[in-house]
Design a protein. Sequence first.
Length: 220
Amino acid sequence: MNLDTALSAFVIGLAGATHCMGMCGGFALAFQSQTADLRRLTPFYHAGRLLSYGLVSALLSFAALSLGGPQLGPILRLVAGLLLVAMGLHTLRLWLGIRHLEALGAVLWRQIAPLARKLLPPQRPTHALLLGSLWGFMPCGLVYGAVAYTSSAVDSPWASALLMIIFGLGTLPAMLGLSLAGQQAQLWLRRDAVRTALGLLLLGSGCWTVFKALSHGHVH
C-alpha cells in the first residue's frame, strides 16, 4: 500500500460527510440521546463500525483473488469509480439513482436493525463495540464504493482491511460530530457550500478512479 492509495481512501471517507449524515444521522443521534456515558463509549462504537468495514473489504478481496486474481481488480476499480461518481452526483443533488442500490442493501439491514436496537442504550464498551459493528452494515452507497475500491487497490485481504479502516477514519469527523454534537453538526454539514465542495470532491475522486481503471487496467 502506498501513501497515495491510503490518502485516496481517507479523502473518500472525508468527502462522504453529507451522505453519512443522511444515512447514519438517525442512528448516531439515537446513540447520543440514549447513551449516559457518551464520551467513554463513543470510541468503542466507532471502532466496531470500522472493524466491520475492514472485515467486509477483506472478504471481498479474498473472494476476488480466489476467483479472478489480478484480472478482477480493474473491474472492481471501475465499479468503485462509478459508485463514487454516483455518490458525488447524489451529494450535489443532480442524480439520486444510488438510492436504488442502497434499497437492495436495506434488505439485509432490515434483518440486522432489530439486533442493533436491542443494544440501545449500550451499557458497557463491549455493547458499544457490537453495536458499532452492526451499524457498519447499514446500506450506504459510499461504503459500497469504498469496499470495491479498497478490495481492488491492494494485493492482499489484510491490506484491503487496513485500507478500508483508513476510509473509515475519514468518516470519523462527520460521524463523531453527529455522535457528540448532534443537530449542530447536522446544520453545519447541510450548508450549501459544504455540500457542494464535498460533492465535487467525491465526483473528482470517482472520475479519477474510472480513468485509472480504464487506462491502466485495460477494462473493455
